[in-house]
Design a protein around this ligand. Structure first.
Ligand SMILES: *Cc1c(COP(=O)(O)O)cnc(C)c1O
Length: 418
């Protein structure tokens, strides 16, 4: 009768011992040194992360350093403007450093400490993951090497400065297209040589086992807090929970605690400029099964089966694959995936800024835009949106390309509220 009951034992069943979510996930790395390193990592995580000492220390970090729990907020102005749907936000923008990414970086840093490692290694594209990891490294007193394409270093000057100020070593990557893909390759290469002293920290719920599992577990607090807070505020569960999907970390953390509840779960992928390959990064919507970066999932491929070029105005969402757990939950039909394009996301950003005094990240604005669609359709009920990050990093880009709101909203025929 109740399909949600199928998920009562979900966390015990997925992933399996090999890190597979059904046919997705696993470890498809070829370098034997890297396979050894990831196996050691998975073993350490399975034992250390169960210890009461580890869990208590992580709880303390979340409360005292990160400022958790972050609140759930009822957007009354925006809800009233749009119709009868009540829109609520989980305020990950108020997490220290301004986004959800620090949740898994602090967990990874703490694990590194318990494993006796001295250095954190990662790649970064726009710099958000690099900044979060550099923050964790400063907290734990560790070295930190962040691999970054030279093209991205030139484009993301403020985040490069932040990483350096936090004491991280930004390593320029100068081969190939000099962007994220090459930065990943360079970071993997460094890790295979340094894994005795260092750990590698992927920035999302993707990559070889144990990352999809580990990042989901470290992000679980987002949904668990939000579920309790929402019930406490309203006396019931939300009708829908919505989150944006890049690699899938903020969304999987938000959704997992609701899997066995009668709640609709919706992941929002970036449609960018449109449906053509190269114009978006809507992996689940337009991709197919394939292996890249050492794990099996759904990916956007070109005609040779290589990762396709991707585009979105939200740099945190433009990844040509997606966490393997999302691929499985999509196939199972438990989570539905929709798309939102560049301009619809910006409309949401302006509406939230003007009507609630909260400037969201462009990534998070994609999730909010779907909630706005629902509200405009006139249905009653409530939706809970994971506001994964704040918009400070996007201000100059938005002002330059889209202005400050009024003209943009008027051109789209949207009632701006104020
Ligand atoms: C990186 C980022 C995302 C996308 O990453 P996921 O792993 O899919 O969560 C979303 N929102 C913000 C604010 C980000 O910085």
């Amino acid at each position: 009768m109740n399909k949600y009951r199928d998920y009562d034992n979900y966390l015990k069943e997925y992933p399996d011992a090999d890190g597979c979510f059904g046919k997705y996930g696993g470890n498809y790395l070829e370098d034997p040194e890297l396979i050894k390193a990831f196996n050691e990592y998975a073993e350490a995580y399975n034992t250390i992360a169960q210890s009461a000492q580890f869990i208590n220390e992580l709880r303390r970090i979340r409360r005292d350093f990160q400022g958790r729990p972050t609140p759930v907020y009822h957007c009354q102005n925006l809800s009233n403007l749009l119709g009868r749907t009540q829109i609520y936000l989980k305020r990950e923008d108020l997490n220290h450093t301004g986004a959800h990414k620090l949740n898994h970086c602090m967990g990874e840093g703490l694990l590194a400490k318990y494993m006796g490692k001295k250095k954190l290694i990662a790649e970064t594209g726009a710099g958000q993951h690099g900044v979060a990891l550099a923050t964790a490294a400063a907290y734990f007193g560790m070295e930190c090497d962040i691999y970054m394409g030279e093209v991205d270093i030139a484009k993301q000057a403020p985040n490069v400065t932040r990483m350096k100020m936090l004491g991280a070593n930004v390593v320029p990557v100068s081969f190939g297209l000099k962007t994220l893909k090459e930065a990943v390759d360079a970071a993997f290469m460094a890790y295979s040589k340094e894994y005795k002293d260092a750990i590698y920290c992927i920035g999302t719920a993707a990559g070889p086992h144990p990352f999809p599992l580990m990042v989901r577990d470290f992000q679980f607090c987002v949904g668990a807090e939000a579920r309790d807070q929402f019930v406490e505020m309203t006396g019931h569960l939300p009708d829908q929970v919505i989150a944006c999907v890049g690699g899938g970390s903020n969304s999987i953390g938000m959704f997992t605690p609701f899997l066995a509840d009668p709640v609709e779960l919706v992941g929002v992928e970036p449609l960018g400029r449109g449906e053509k390959i190269g114009d978006n990064a809507a992996t689940i919507t337009y991709g197919k099964e394939g292996v890249m970066h050492g794990f099996n999932s759904i990916m956007l491929a070109d005609e040779n089966g290589d990762p396709a070029p991707v585009y979105s105005n939200a740099s945190g969402l433009d990844y040509p694959s997606v966490g393997p757990e999302h691929a499985m939950l999509h196939d199972m039909g438990r989570i539905s995936y929709v798309t939102v394009g560049d301009e619809e996301a910006i409309e949401a950003l302006f509406l939230l800024s003007r009507n609630e005094g909260i400037i969201p990240a462009i990534e998070s604005s994609h999730a909010l835009a779907h909630a706005i669609r629902i509200a405009r359709s006139g249905i009653t009920g409530s939706v809970l949106v994971n506001l994964s990050g704040r918009g400070d990093k996007d201000l100059d880009f938005v002002a330059e390309h889209y202005g400050y709101g009024p003209d943009f909203l008027e051109k789209r025929g949207v009632k701006s509220g104020r």
